[in-house]
Design a protein around this ligand. Structure first.
Ligand SMILES: Cc1cc2nc3c(=O)[nH]c(=O)nc-3n(C[C@H](O)[C@H](O)[C@H](O)COP(=O)(O)OP(=O)(O)OC[C@H]3O[C@@H](n4cnc5c(N)ncnc54)[C@H](O)[C@@H]3O)c2cc1C
Length: 427
């Protein structure tokens, strides 16, 4: 079969790997001039490693991702350090990445709240019944079982930060999945995620996959006889097409989809993200903290501060210290239209809260990255609203972040859904 894949992100490339190996002729169309999609990175000339545009790491439970790396023979290039995550309480940051540290966290006091927090966490780690949990919002479930104090201190800030105006509508299965599948050791690839994407793209080319970078697909149409027509400047015919973009983009490039499928795509909600990456002359968290969870109500202008070089060594970046300040935001938020300088002005006062000595002179360079499709929003009974991978148009398949569920989206699940789509296409 002649197969087209739209998107050279982790999902599209994983699907291409299986489809080409099964003996088919695969062409990947990618609008950017690089592979890697949302997990792509960039590099300064004096850096040995690339840095992701949006902070990225793997968990030890990311089986599909780690299995794929093993199949590619690159498992010796995966690193799993144990960086430190901290939570805010009363003007200070406290380690929060093990049961012991959670038990010692002063934010919940030493009484019934800590016990409720512990029991709720234990229940969620042990249960597999996410189908019952998706019927209720995380807000309502946590208020009932963890109680107002625990919820407002621990979970509400996370929901507000990630889902903004939708935070009261997100279902409890999403929160369950986060608690269930995360590990304290976090993984990365030697050279950064972009190095993995480049190596993977190179391997696919060697296998015979054609990857057309800087080639935007404008529309997909059923062909009059059989198969599908793909227009990316030149109209070509394919037996099967897999789209890995956002649902809104699929709706735009394939308006021939039946009305109910189209409406299903357009009804899905998601949040965008704006992330500032900074290269600094000095370390910002001298305690070596990697991930700072920040409550919005304390006036921080972003959701998380992530010091990447407290996760991987600054030696990989010519001694530069790499820090991210990032936030999930709804479409139209002012951050999307602010200049780099305006955003820096807004963020600067907060940097001093992590290190009072912080000064503008520490900054070598800043970059601002944004995307309007960063985090799908799973509402109550989301499983009933997920568009099928096999679309109603014969030969047209769709595998995106919005169909990853109940787990939270990530490169691991992009690989899983990409390979699942490939199996369906081969069936
Ligand atoms: C802020 C942030 C933090 C994240 N943190 C993590 C993390 O720590 N760990 C983790 O594993 N994951 C993380 N993720 C999620 C992860 O990046 C995604 O789940 C994953 O990269 C999605 O892969 P994909 O292949 O499904 O889609 P994408 O990576 O979005 O790939 C789709 C591709 O399609 C291309 N495309 C779009 N339109 C067209 C067109 N018309 N024609 C041709 N090509 C087109 C795009 O350029 C893109 O390359 C994070 C994401 C964000 C935004």
């Amino acid at each position: 079969m002649k197969i087209a894949i739209i998107g050279a992100g982790f999902g599209g490339m994983a699907a291409a790997f299986d489809l080409q190996r099964a003996g088919h002729k695969v062409t990947i169309f990618e609008s950017a001039d690089y592979a890697g999609g949302l997990a792509s990175g960039f590099k300064e000339p004096h850096w040995n490693w690339s840095v992701e545009k949006f902070y990225h790491h793997w968990f030890q439970t990311d089986k599909p991702m780690l299995d794929l790396i093993r199949e590619l023979g690159w498992e010796d290039q995966v690193l799993f350090p144990r960086p430190l995550t901290v939570m805010y309480h009363a003007g200070q940051f406290h380690p929060f990445d093990s049961v012991l540290k959670m038990a010692l966290f002063p934010g919940l006091g030493w009484g019934v709240d800590k016990i409720r927090f512990g029991f709720v966490g234990l229940f969620l780690r042990l249960t597999d019944n996410w189908k019952a949990l998706e019927k209720i919002t995380a807000d309502a479930w946590m208020l009932k079982w963890a109680g107002k104090n625990v919820y407002q201190k621990m979970w509400e800030p996370l929901l507000v930060g990630k889902f903004g105006p939708y935070y009261k509508e997100v279902n409890m299965a999403w929160l369950w999945a986060r608690i269930k599948a995360r590990t304290t050791r976090l993984g990365t690839f030697q050279g950064g995620f972009q190095n993995f994407a480049d190596k993977f793209a190179e391997r696919l080319r060697m296998m015979g996959v054609e990857i057309r970078l800087q080639t935007r697909v404008k529309f997909i149409k059923p062909a009059p006889d059989k198969g599908l027509l793909v227009d990316a400047g030149l109209i070509e015919s394919f037996d099967r097409v897999l789209v890995t973009t956002s649902p809104y983009l699929l709706a735009r490039i394939c308006p021939d989809l039946p009305e109910n499928y189209l409406q299903g795509l357009l009804k899905l909600k998601s949040m965008g993200a704006v992330v500032m990456a900074l290269s600094l002359k000095r370390q910002i968290s001298e305690q070596g903290y990697y991930w700072f969870n920040l409550p919005k109500e304390e006036g921080y202008p972003f959701l998380a501060l992530v010091e990447h070089t407290n996760f991987v060594s600054p030696e990989n970046f010519g001694g530069d210290h790499i820090v991210y300040a990032g936030d999930y935001l709804e479409e139209g938020h002012e951050y999307f239209s602010m200049s780099e300088d305006q955003l820096l002005e807004r963020f600067m006062p907060a940097f001093k809260k992590f290190n009072p000595a912080f000064d503008k002179n520490w900054i070598n360079k800043i970059w601002v990255f944004s995307t309007n499709y960063a985090q799908p929003v799973p509402l109550v009974n989301h499983s009933k609203n997920i568009p099928s991978i096999e679309t109603p148009i014969a030969g047209l398949y769709f595998a995106s972040m919005s169909q990853v569920y109940p787990w939270d989206r990530g490169t691991n699940f992009a690989v899983e859904i990409g390979r699942r789509a490939a199996r369906l296409m081969l069936a």
